[in-house]
Design a binder for this molecule. Sequence first.
Ligand SMILES: [Zn+2]
Length: 290
Amino acid sequence: MNSDNITRFFFDNCNARGEIVSLEESFIAAAAHQELPSRLRLELGNFLTAASLLTGILKFEGKLTLQAQGNGPVTALMAEATDKRNIRGIVRLKENSDPNKLDKLTLPELLGKGLLSITIEPEKGQRYQGIIPLSKNTLAENLGDYFFQSEQLPSFIYLTCNGQRASGLMVQALPADKAQNNDEESWETVEHLARTIRDEELIHLSHAEILARLFHELETRVLPDQTVKFKCSCSHEKSGQALVSIGRDDAHALLAERGLISINCEFCGMTYQFGQRELTKLFKQAEQLH
Ligand SMILES: [Zn+2]
């Protein structure tokens, strides 16, 4: 059985690609610092899986953020993945939301009137963001819409999570390439076969078994697996920068009120503390930079 890795594959006789992702330890670690009702734990699993699937888009060093925001009982659902396949994610609940009432809600019901965005931030270069309204019931269907609307790439995405393991399958038609117009198999065949996937297959079978079960009648070329892990990008330095960004007066007011400023990372539970001496040093450094 595969855990915490991505298997990518291509079809020899059709201009299409595919990926299978299975997360276990990385998912459990990413969820460990949040007290999530079971419904939201599953949705976090879906977002982390989808972000891992989407790292295939990253052609450079950087990170990809998949985020849904709305005005419902859940205000934000977010997952990040880097080119190194480091993932982390978060769910934000509206204050006073009753966690017991979330169980039967679909994604649009959880988020209310919401938007789904994919943001790509290369370490060097231009940031790119694509946004669509959340119109379908599941993240997978909304992502399918996203690729069709923004990239004109027909895609089928399937995500599932049982609370301990989170897995996903994606197949996508590649941009038309005239040199390969003699494809023997159609995109429709690939999509049709992919749609036969079942939750229990994705959760319990190895990627090789899934490929054999779904696409045994097609020729596939499988690339070496890529490892996914939970890794937070927070640091003492970044927390310091966040303090500087609220301004000298507000930062000092906060220190006066609390005696010591503690910044807690929502993703990994780390706490970073800043006292008077360090705050003075931070603002002095910030001043020298400007
Ligand atoms: Zn962190």
